[in-house]
Design a protein around this ligand. Sequence first.
Ligand SMILES: Cc1ncc(COP(=O)(O)O)c(C=O)c1O
Length: 370
Amino acid sequence: MTDLSPLPATEGLGEGMLAALAGMPDPAGSSFTRRFEQDLTERFGSQHAVAVSSGTTALHAALSAVGVGPGDEVLVPALTVVMTAAPIVQLGATPVFVDSDPDTLDLDYADATGKVTVRTKAIVPVHLWGRMSDPADLRTFAAEQGLVMVEDAAQAAGSSRAGVRAGMVGEAGCFSMKDGKILWSGEGGYVLTADPVLAAHVQAFRGHWLTPPPGGRPQERLAVNGRLAEPLAALAQANLRRFPALLERRRAQTAYLVQALADVRGLAPLQPVKDEAWNHYAPLLRINLPDPRAFAEHLARQGVPSSTGSFRLVPCDTRPAFAGSDRAPCRGAAQILDRTLALVLTERDDEAVLDRYAAVIAQEAAAWHA
Ligand SMILES: Cc1ncc(COP(=O)(O)O)c(C=O)c1O
């Protein structure tokens, strides 16, 4: 029986924020951040964790740490948000978009292989909607092509596949805590890595290179301010304590919706594969109806939010910033986005909200081009 009774939503959150505020102003302070980082290493079994101001900053810092720079090419699935590609461009490198397999949603390795050049430095797999590609396939591809791997695990906290946690497949895993993520702090992010040198680079990168990695000199490089604000670190720490409950809830919400939509013709839920422990960040339904993207947009207008319907998610290679490339468009990614209803949930969504979503979806699917 699915339990969707309300979570103790504010448990510990207010107390944490108040404790952080009580210590402010403290120009040298970062004690909540340090404690949060320690808790992250324990929760996710990572050797190092560095908290930053956003998922985008996590990617920026980690890609800088693995040495991505001007002239490099970085393989990125087209099946992603623009925030995955922006840090690559910021570092002076070029994102090279790779297609995905419409059946599995995994990376299209044939396409990826064909796009490797002497300039290819790294690959950034994206665990969109919390779904992971097979870690062994990713590692084999990266090793064979001599690429470093920085994962965009922004949506994948709590997912694992074949016993490997999201963010721990490659050299570094980058997470977002933007509102709506399962582990949230309003804004924020973090990098998980087993590599102490990489972690030290990320630490220097987020703080103006004031504390350089071992052997370096303060501010010998210019860097950004990518620190996580202390009150948000307190919030993140309190939410990390609730993380098992938050994860359980997202899975329960998905199970509830999938069950409620079981008899709706034209929609088929995507199930995790055998060895996958998916966090169910977004319940996914394949739309087997005419004009599927228009259907998702129509649902959004009826109050059912989704990646394509509400946020107009399109393949990253078709974004205006990347227009003008002479490469063929990534059709698999386009097909996946057009046909997938990726519902947007938050921890507050209870039975009443999910019942409403299910009723609207069922009614509109029946009426769609009937
Ligand atoms: C897949 C993916 N990558 C990167 C990001 C960027 O994270 P942030 O918004 O915290 O900068 C997001 C956030 O929404 C995301 O979903």
